[in-house]
Design a binder for this molecule. Structure first.
Ligand code: ADP
Ligand code: MG
Length: 691
């Protein structure tokens, strides 16, 4: 970067912030703006107004409590008008190092009359240290609506202002890469004006719009960022669709077999998504489709229908699940559905003995097993399929792109169906899961009653037990779940074992209570699940291994212990284990002391049963990065756009991008766009090989 004032040290600090080229700095967006147009001398100040003064520190002192960081820091300022102004900061001890007498500072805040000292004062004013020579023109920092930048190493917000001023003064206007018709249609400002206005908002700017990231300039730059991202994804998606794949035939026999398998009438939503899946599967290109639907919406049934299409065309189906319990659950479910069709369904997991594994692998390689359900064990190199046609991946959240890839490579461009029970808005899903198409089941099977969710503090857990007893007396069943904190299944297992002992011996001596946790052998797990499924055990005490998948319609109560330790999505998933039959179901969240966000999570759950709403709250509470995890490499680090805050602009950009890629005004427009994305975007967002 060749900019006056940026030596190697600063260049390194900028680079650490991802600001490598001059253009990156130009689009480095302020996170906030302040109206500092009202600059006054201290003598001109009147109580009640918001104002900016440039002043010098005369003296400082700590007042009030003297305990470190608790006291009130007080500084007295003067300026050339010879007025005095007091600044006060609670917990301000750290400021003693910042405000040395003689230091020049700019202060912004509300002017008050301090009756205690009889002087004018500002409580907690914003301030900037005036550094002198490096500071450029004072008019960059005051007398206007001023941008506040996040510091980059030692590069402060003031240095950013100076730097940006210099860059904007010294380089020629950048061309506008957005297609002209998009600019016109949306009445967007051109890029160069938008960049200038981002750093130097025009005098008449609306401060509220600016701080909501909705000034015309911000809107345009956010739109642009999303537009290229979506164009890139759209091109990538289109390209992937051109790989050769399997064209499954949708014959009458296939339809007949599906009918034969179905235990109930599919919902309208299930029919619609099956049509989308069948359409993809019959095309001579690989399917990459994400199937979203709330817990219990019937995704697995749709997956079974898709499996029949592949199997009746002479192919095998792999089902990849994140946990052993879920794999076992899918195995039972598919086995039951497919028995009447004469398919062989097998389960392959890490807890098979070497001998079992060898035998199972032989069945897979020989094409004798049509449906192979399993955990990560399926991905091992020596698991070879005779003819893999469809890969079903459950719970996208827990698998990375690489694992999906590993499974796909066991066939020759098989179709891929990814299922997730953490549904997010469609546009967001298309962005996050960049290369997948999205189908949504937005309807529950008929006859479901919304689950009633209650929060019970730990010290009133006895109430929960008497409620459990009543439900069991009515012939219902219940789950009691303990959290597994990452890597400490042992601890959760001990808690579950202890509780199992307590419940079965002390609380419910007459009720059969089962126990399920990750350290049991496959056989023991199967036995525990089958007993519960058959209703022999009435209460199942478990660690979160049942988080996904278990399907017992007669279970009507889900008790979650230490619910504050679970994430929102996880709690919602757990709750989805009940409410599957005709009877009213309940979810009881037992908690200890709650902090702010835990309280928010519990409240969200008590108030809502809607998986989309809950996923959205989850993203808000945790932030999108954390929500999707580092494994989900599809989420790009955006510069100015924020996929949650700017969901509306994302939607707009996606629609525009899809229309543009599908129907560019001229071939030249598209070529220019592809070249632009390649140069500017691949570098930043790793959109590999577009166009
Ligand atoms: P998901 O995988 O989306 O959580 P499942 O496929 O496990 O949901 O279905 C949840 C429950 O609803 C299962 O007991 C399933 O058999 C049942 N189910 C699915 N589809 C229907 C339907 N169309 N009508 C009635 N019950 C259904
Ligand atoms: Mg296909």
């Amino acid at each position: 970067m060749y900019v006056k004032g940026v030596g190697p040290a600063r260049a390194a600090m900028l680079e650490a912030k991802g600001l490598k080229a001059v253009e990156d700095v130009l689009t480095y967006a302020p996170f906030r703006y302040e109206d500092r147009s009202n600059v006054k001398s201290i003598r001109q100040l009147a109580p009640g107004e918001m104002a900016t003064v440039m002043a010098e520190v005369r003296s400082t002192k700590m007042a009030g409590f003297h305990r470190r960081n608790l006291g009130m820091f007080q500084a007295t300022f003067t300026d050339s008008s010879r007025g005095t102004l007091v600044g006060k900061w609670f917990h301000g001890a750290y400021l003693a190092d910042v405000f040395a007498p003689g230091q020049k500072v700019a202060l912004f805040g509300k002017v008050e009359f301090d009756s205690y000292s009889g002087q004018l004062a500002m409580m907690h004013p914003e301030f900037e240290i005036l550094a002198g020579d490096e500071d450029g023109d004072a008019s960059l920092h005051t007398g206007r609506v001023v941008p506040i930048y996040e510091a980059a190493g030692k590069i402060t917000t003031r240095v950013f202002r100076v730097l940006l001023h210099r860059i904007l003064e010294s380089i020629a206007p950048l061309p506008d890469p957005l297609p002209a018709h998009v600019l016109q249609q949306l009445k967007l400002p051109d890029r160069w004006s938008a960049i200038r206005a981002l750093h130097f908002p025009p005098p008449e700017s609306d401060l509220r719009l600016l701080n909501a990231f909705r000034s015309p300039a911000q809107f345009r730059l956010i739109f642009e960022e999303f537009f290229w991202l979506e164009c890139g994804l759209e091109l990538k998606r289109a390209k992937a669709r051109l790989y050769p794949g399997i064209a499954f035939a949708l014959t009458d026999r296939v339809r007949e077999r599906i009918k034969q398998m179905l235990p109930f009438k599919p919902t309208g939503a299930q029919k619609r998504v099956l049509a989308e899946i069948a359409h993809d599967m019959s095309a001579p290109h690989p399917m990459y489709r994400l199937l979203q639907g709330d817990v219990g919406s019937g995704k697995t049934l749709v997956a079974a229908e898709a499996a029949i299409i592949a199997i009746e065309n002479g192919h095998q189906v792999a089902v990849l699940a994140p946990t052993e319990i879920l794999a076992a659950q899918h195995f039972f479910y598919f086995k039951k559905l497919f028995q009447k069709l004469g398919y062989v369904t097998i389960l392959l997991t890490g807890s098979n003995t070497p001998r079992e594994k060898t035998q199972l692998k032989r069945l897979v390689a020989g094409g004798l097993a049509q449906v192979v359900v399993g955990t990560h064990a399926l991905l091992e190199a020596d698991v070879e399929f005779s003819k893999l046609g469809l890969a079903i991946v459950d719970e996208q959240h827990r698998f990375g792109v690489e694992q999906r890839q590993a499974l796909m490579e066991k066939g020759s461009h098989p179709d891929v169906l990814v299922m997730t029970a953490t549904p997010i808005p469609r546009t967001l899903a298309l962005t996050i899961y960049g290369d997948l198409d999205v189908s949504v089941i937005d309807e529950m099977p008929p006859g479901r009653k919304p689950i009633v969710t209650k929060h019970v503090p730990q010290d009133r857990v006895e109430q929960v037990y008497s409620f459990l007893k009543k439900q069991v007396d009515l012939g219902r069943q219940a789950y009691v779940v303990y959290p597994v904190i990452e890597e400490s299944e042992t601890q959760a297992m001990k808690a579950a074992e202890k509780m199992h002992g307590h419940l079965s011996q002390v609380v419910f001596p007459d009720i059969p209570v089962g126990l399920l946790h990750g350290r049991l052998s496959t056989d023991e797990k199967e036995a525990a699940m089958e007993k519960f499924q058959r209703g022999e055990t009435k209460i199942l005490v478990s660690t979160t291994v049942i988080e996904v998948g278990v399907d017992v319609p007669n279970a009507t109560v889900m008790v979650i212990e230490q619910a504050e330790r679970f994430g929102l999505a996880q709690l919602h998933q757990l709750r989805g284990r009940v409410g599957r039959g005709r009877d009213q179901s309940y979810c009881i969240l037992v908690t200890g002391k709650l902090n702010e966000t835990a309280r928010e999570r519990i409240r969200t759950l008590v108030e809502s049963n809607d998986g989309f709403y809950i996923a959205e709250m989850d993203m808000k509470l945790r932030g999108p990065g954390e929500f999707f995890g580092t494994r989900q490499s599809g989420l790009p680090a955006l510069q100015i756009g924020n996929i949650l805050r700017d969901a509306d602009i994302l939607e707009l950009a996606r629609n525009q991008a899809a229309a543009f890629v599908a129907n560019p005004p001229t071939g030249d427009d598209l070529r220019r766009a592809v070249a632009f994305i390649r140069d500017h975007w691949q570098r930043r967002y790793g959109l590999v090989q577009v166009g």
